[in-house]
Design a protein around this ligand. Structure first.
Ligand SMILES: C[S@@+](CC[C@H](N)C(=O)[O-])C[C@H]1O[C@@H](n2cnc3c(N)ncnc32)[C@H](O)[C@@H]1O
Ligand code: SF4
Ligand code: SF4
Length: 433
């Protein structure tokens, strides 16, 4: 939803060119199920729609390829919503489509999202939503009631995963602390550089020291109040002017010192004269930081030692000896799990995500996965860095006798498997008799 109430299709429409409806005049449900959206779904299943125009999210379809089919029974309301408070920004990122000089605010018929409209849309869509992305183009926290909106969403619909991305420059330290207490699930600070000079080359008119002060206040408030939400990211876009080993090492050290949850690098291809020439696809430099890149996985972390890493040993099944179970019967597998990273693995989470559990994936004899969520076991308590715990897991053997594989990995629930960020897994043969 743009800040004037129009609903556009997808998050890649900065100038509001692909409008599905207008929440000022219609309900969300009417837009979601209305003729424009319904026809669009049918046209896409038929191979494409004129409506999409130059949308960058459009994927080319080879003449010989049949269009992939998506269900058109999408319920009465969406499950995910982006909310744009404003398209205005207090800085001007170099050549960005949302920089004020582009005239982006003139493509909206309102400067700031009306609070009553916001409430109406959230009240209606809230019950069906799994996630709200509380940002789009512009800097959301220029809206005077943005933090109040976050509080409203989390008080009305606590189960909705609420996420935002901010340049961190539109609020005071007190407001940053209030945002942390709002119940928001995840906050990303966009800070592309580790010094004021390099930072301001892309984030023009940006104040590095202020962004870092607010990031520090946010991390401090989370620690001070003993909260496990929000998860706080520092996202750092790599450019030629900030991608030296020295500067990246400074960012790693600063993030660690501040107590940020995750530092991640972002790769970009624009602006043309700025994007990193060092970290390009296929380069050794990129390979070395692969797991620390935002889009690679959801757990990797550029803070030294903070990328989750576990060692899983299956006791009583040394070497090549298989685990043996009777078909359909239970078998308790004794494992020892060690935390080989510098961050604790939480055994519980107040909001049901990011707790770490041991998972067993059922594989066929050739290693292909049959059931990724075959079994789970809880950690007995938070596993501190360097510590090990015994984690028994009771599985029910498949009904079909034969040779299988059991692949053990830790999983950060709702986020990712540890394997995705390079943590080793342990596989044992399971003989079902
Ligand atoms: C358009 S901004 C809006 C939110 C907020 N103003 C901010 O800067 O985080 C949304 C996301 O786009 C990212 N972004 C900005 N410039 C980019 C670029 N040249 N390449 C890739 N991502 C970029 C930001 O870092 C941010 O995560
Ligand atoms: S490609 Fe079409 S359907 Fe997909 S987001 Fe863009 S406008 Fe919407
Ligand atoms: S701070 Fe965010 S909204 Fe503002 S110009 Fe940069 S990327 Fe765009």
């Amino acid at each position: 939803m743009l800040c004037d109430g129009r609903m556009v299709c997808g998050c890649a429409d900065p100038y509001g060119k692909r409008v599905l409806g207008d929440a000022r005049a219609e309900t969300v449900s009417a837009i979601w199920t209305g003729p424009r959206a319904s026809t669009l779904r049918q046209d896409i299943n038929a191979g494409g729609s004129k409506f999409c125009g130059d949308c960058p999210l459009k994927l080319p379809l080879a003449k010989s390829d049949a269009p992939p089919q998506r269900g058109t029974d999408v319920g009465t309301l969406p499950t995910r919503l982006y909310i744009e408070c404003t398209a205005a920004c207090n800085i001007s990122c170099a050549q960005a489509c949302c920089a004020p000089e582009t005239g982006i605010t003139r493509t909206r018929t309102a400067g700031m999202l009306d609070f009553d409209l916001f409430q109406r849309v959230v009240d209606e869509a809230g019950p069906s939503l799994g996630r709200i992305d509380f940002f789009n183009y512009g800097e959301a926290f220029l809206h005077k009631r943005a933090i109040e909106m976050c509080e409203y969403i989390k008080s009305r619909f606590p189960a909705v995963y609420l996420y935002t991305s901010t340049n961190g420059l539109a609020f005071s330290e007190d407001q940053a602390r209030r945002l942390i207490r709002s119940g928001i699930d995840e906050v990303t600070f966009s800070i592309d550089g580790a010094t004021p000079e390099t930072y301001a080359q892309y984030r023009r008119r940006g104040d590095f020291d202020k962004a870092i002060r607010n990031l520090r206040a946010a991390a401090d408030e989370k620690a001070r109040t003993g909260r496990d939400v929000p998860f706080i990211n520092w996202r750092y876009i790599l450019f030629t002017h900030n991608d030296s080993d020295q500067e990246m090492a400074l960012a790693r050290a600063t993030a660690q010192e501040i107590g940020v949850d995750r530092l991640c690098w972002e790769l970009t291809d624009h602006p043309e004269n700025m994007f990193s020439r060092r970290f390009v696809p296929g380069s050794d430099a990129l390979l070395a930081i692969k797991h620390e890149v935002w889009d690679d996985n959801n757990l990797g972390n550029a803070i030294p030692g903070a990328t989750p890493r576990a060692e899983i040993a299956v006791r009583g099944a040394a070497g090549p000896l298989p685990l043996v179970a009777r078909r359909g019967r239970q078998l308790t597998v004794k494992t020892t799990v060690r935390n080989a990273s510098t961050r604790a693995f939480p055994a519980q989470a107040s909001y049901g995500r990011r707790l770490v559990r041991l998972g067993a994936q059922l594989c066929s004899a050739d290693g292909s996965i049959l059931n990724r969520d075959f079994e789970r076991a809880w950690l007995p308590e938070a596993l501190q860095p360097g510590a090990a715990a015994q984690v028994p897991m009771t599985i029910t053997a498949p009904a079909e006798p034969g040779r299988y594989g059991l692949k053990f990995d830790l999983v950060s629930e709702g986020i990712d498997w540890f394997e995705a960020c390079g943590s080793p897994t342990t596989t044992k043969t399971l003989l079902v008799v």
